[in-house]
Design a binder for this molecule. Structure first.
Ligand code: FMN
Length: 157
């Protein structure tokens, strides 16, 4: 049985919602056993049993959450690692260009600081920002996540 861990850091809740969609698809369609962990609420995570580790974080003022930065200090050498962010800019107007800019800015350029982390897949999903009850940013779409899981599932152990 394939065992997959999803860990996330969130401020506005969308990286958590994303983790739940990934878990749902991996368990129902790909028969993975999946555990989902909110890094803010967990203590040290025991990684022993997992072959795949999916890491997600929301972006605020250009930053990952500090819990995700801390988690990346773990030894993930023998794991298949996937990484996602939820970003207000990423899927704006469904623009491919904005998606690529967000992946570079919020993933590639930042992962340079973590040379031991070599993800087999990365992506940026949209985000959501509600202020005074009104959506200021709302480009998070479940289909984007379902499509990505379909793609990455081929690469997982
Ligand atoms: C204070 C604040 C700052 C933000 N800064 C950025 C930013 O620099 N770039 C971006 O793409 N989105 C930005 N956003 C939008 C968030 O990426 C979006 O709300 C996303 O859903 C955050 O992930 P989370 O819901 O998991 O926290 C910001 C949102 C907030 C509340």
């Amino acid at each position: 049985m394939t065992k997959t861990l999803i860990v996330y850091g969130t401020r506005m809740g969308m990286a958590a919602k994303t983790a739940d969609v990934i878990a749902e698809v991996l368990s129902s369609k790909h028969k993975h056993t999946v555990d989902v962990v909110n890094l803010k609420k967990s203590g040290k995570v025991n990684l022993d049993d997992y072959k795949n580790v999916i890491i997600g974080t929301g972006i605020a003022i250009g930053q990952w959450t500090r819990h995700v930065k801390k988690f990346l200090k773990n030894n993930l050498k023998d794991k298949k690692v996937c990484f996602y962010v939820c970003s207000g800019e990423a899927r704006a107007e469904n623009s491919e260009e904005k998606l690529h800019v967000a992946i570079k800015k919020y993933i590639d350029d930042k992962l340079v600081k973590y040379p031991k982390i070599k993800p087999v897949a990365t992506t940026a999903f949209g985000g959501r920002l509600i202020m005074f009850g009104k959506p200021m940013v709302d480009n998070w779409k479940k289909e984007h996540i379902e499509d990505w899981v379909k793609e990455i599932s081929k690469n997982l152990k």
